[in-house]
Design a protein around this ligand. Structure first.
Ligand SMILES: [Ca+2]
Ligand SMILES: [Ca+2]
Length: 160
């Protein structure tokens, strides 16, 4: 059993890597939620949604600071993974961020330095990044030049 020791007041349990299938890099259960990081990289949000849906999950929706801190700690365990798709879109109204799945407002936002930049007027999706002091960055929803991994969330602590 691999142990993750995060500098957080949280109790974490990590599923053994040996039982993960080839599509999932790592899973973590926290309370009533399970999260996973994909092995595959995708270059658009729709593909990210489809990947998570395949597991009865959805692209991770950050709703509280506690969830944000947990997911950042999870990501930091893999420093080679700089960027992860998370839920959030401001396509309908610039700088009003809502979850694509539910339309509910994103509950917690923590921008990295200089973000949200809405570069070229075309950054309407969200990633969790370790770059620029770590946090969230608004990015293009279709980004063939820079495919990234996906962070999925499921409303159950059971296996994906
Ligand atoms: Ca935007
Ligand atoms: Ca940006």
């Amino acid at each position: 059993m691999k142990m993750l020791l995060f500098l957080l007041p949280l109790t974490l349990s990590v599923v053994e890597s040996s039982i993960l299938d080839t599509t999932q890099l790592e899973r973590i259960s926290f309370g009533s939620k399970t999260y996973l990081i994909s092995k595959i990289l995708v270059d658009n949000f729709q593909a990210a949604q489809q990947f998570c849906n395949n597991f009865g999950a959805y692209v991770a929706e950050v709703d509280t600071e506690g969830e944000f801190q947990l997911l950042q700690a999870f990501q930091r365990f893999y420093p080679e993974i700089q960027n992860l798709y998370i839920s959030g879109s401001d396509a309908a109204s610039e700088n009003t961020w809502v979850h694509q799945r539910t339309g509910a407002e994103v509950g917690f936002l923590r921008w990295t330095t200089g973000q949200p930049s809405n570069t070229w007027g075309n950054e309407n999706c969200l990633e969790l990044t370790l770059a620029d002091a770590s946090g969230m960055n608004d990015m293009k929803c279709i980004y063939p030049e820079r495919p990234i991994r996906i962070l999925c969330e499921k409303d159950a602590s059971s296996n994906f």
